[in-house]
Design a protein around this ligand. Structure first.
Ligand code: ARG
Length: 460
């Protein structure tokens, strides 16, 4: 049997494989609610503009509401033979209200319909992600405030570099997630134009009111070019790229948690809620949630790559390749949402080992820069010379396998006679962080101010 939606010029139905490769209902059923919302706005506009009899529009809208109830109740029967969500809904509408259902598709095509539905879906997903990101920022800022003065090693090249505070470290991620939110908001602003009324590609000869449907669906305006609005998916690409960058941020934090939780670092432990055991090694506590967050960044980045590649050779306007925009996106944004929830839980639950962090902060001559700065400030040496003297002192201490603060004054004066007793004050890790008061620096006072600022911003 030929397709009941478009089978007029077909004598027979599709090959089984054709049906399988063509159908999108297996994943685009997720657009059901948005499809119905769009159809209702379209029907109301058709009535308002006199294109459709008001009674017909009413019957259509009532039928669509009934379908929504069926979908929410789980009683709606999705059919693969009907290809996609748009035709599944229209076919059911025909069953419910008869041939008048066929009038809904006046002045519309599945091309502007799917471009509309997907915009509505993405817009909702962005709003949900924004809330999750805000929750994660709150969890991080709270931890930052609690640990504004807790000293830990700051690394470059994963080598101990200079002491920082744990609060400062957490706030670094708060900043990153703030930019992620702003990128998502940005994508939302640009996607918020309605494609409805572009029809298949060229617009329509019916006297539609595109501003009316755009307004009813919460868009800022109708999109100005019909070809563009059915053919581009840059709103998906922008959202996926913001998602991919966010996933990379999450993955870096996850990687740090994995490192911190090793016995070698011993900087933090995860609660039972976010760890798993091994089926063979009874002693193990594995940071699986962090590892999965790190791992899922792969599929999120993959979804962005996949869609960029789908799009790159497509002539205007619609081609069926565009149906490939959905599965990866659904998966990627769902994965990101899961990662955000897991990370928020993990951060709130993380117990840092402050003693160990502080001890590690003093390892590896992490206050050598403070010594060099002291030589500049107190003895007015040029920084390069101070750097050189400090390097020699580090070499002497390293040869004796001890810390800088364990060198005697005499040993120091053998290298630079003007060094005095008060140099020892800057060799402690706490003094080191306390002195980093430049704007954006790690001093506990700065961290407290910034953490409170973030907590206040999140409440708005
Ligand atoms: N399922 C299709 C998609 O997701 C809907 C649009 C179909 N349009 C067409 N001209 N065949 O892209």
């Amino acid at each position: 049997m030929s397709n009941k939606m478009w089978g007029g010029r077909f004598a027979s139905g599709p090959d089984a494989i054709m049906e399988e490769i063509n159908a999108s209902i297996g994943f685009d059923f997720r657009l059901a609610r948005h499809d119905i919302e769009g159809s209702k706005a379209h029907a109301a506009m058709l009535a308002q503009t006199g294109i459709l009899e008001p009674l017909d529009a009413q019957a259509i809208i009532r039928g669509l509401d009934e379908i929504l109830r069926e979908i929410e109740a789980g009683t709606f029967k999705f059919s693969r033979a009907l290809e996609d969500i748009h035709m599944n809904i229209e076919a059911r509408l025909t069953e419910l209200i008869g041939p008048v259902a066929g009038r809904l598709h006046t002045a519309r095509s599945r091309n502007d319909q799917v471009a509309l539905d997907f915009r509505l879906w993405i817009r909702e997903a962005i709003d949900a992600l924004d809330e999750q990101l805000r929750d994660l920022q709150t969890a991080l800022a709270e931890k930052a405030l609690a640990h504004a003065a807790s000293v830990m090693p700051g690394f470059t090249h994963l080598q101990p570099a200079q002491p920082v505070t744990l609060g400062h470290h957490f706030l670094a991620y708060v900043e990153m997630f703030s930019r992620d939110r702003s990128r998502l908001r940005d994508a939302r602003t640009r996607l918020n134009e309605s494609p409805l009324g572009a029809a298949a590609l060229a617009g329509t000869s019916f006297p539609v009111d595109r501003t009316m449907t755009a307004k009813a669906l919460g868009f800022d305006r109708p999109a100005a070019n019909s070809l563009d609005s059915v053919a581009d998916r840059d709103f998906v690409l922008e959202t996926l790229s913001a998602a991919a960058i966010c996933a990379v941020h999450l993955s870096r934090l996850a990687e740090e948690i994995v490192l911190w939780a090793t016995p070698q670092f011993g900087f933090a432990s995860l609660s039972d809620k976010f760890s798993t055991g091994s089926s063979i090694m009874p002693q193990k506590r594995n940071p699986d949630a962090a590892e999965l967050i790190r791992g899922k960044a792969g599929r999120i980045i993959g979804a962005l790559n996949a869609l960029l590649i789908v799009m790159k050779g497509l002539p205007l306007a619609y081609s069926k390749d565009l149906q490939e925009d959905k599965e990866g996106t659904f998966d990627a944004l769902h994965s990101l949402s899961l990662c955000l929830a897991a990370m928020t839980g993990m951060v709130a639950d993380l117990t840092p080992d402050l003693k160990r962090m502080k001890a590690a902060a003093g390892l590896g001559y992490a206050t050598a820069t403070d010594l060099a700065d002291w030589l500049v400030l107190t003895l007015k040496l040029p920084f390069r010379e101070a750097h050189h003297i400090t390097g020699r002192l580090v070499a002497i201490a390293a040869a004796q396998k001890k810390g800088l603060e364990k060198l005697s004054l005499a040993e120091m004066q053998a290298v630079e006679p003007r060094i005095s007793q008060d140099v020892f004050a800057v060799l402690g890790v706490e003094n080191s962080v306390r002195s980093r008061t430049s704007f954006g620096g790690t001093a506990p006072r700065n961290v407290r101010i910034q953490a409170k600022l973030w907590l206040k911003r999140q409440k708005k």
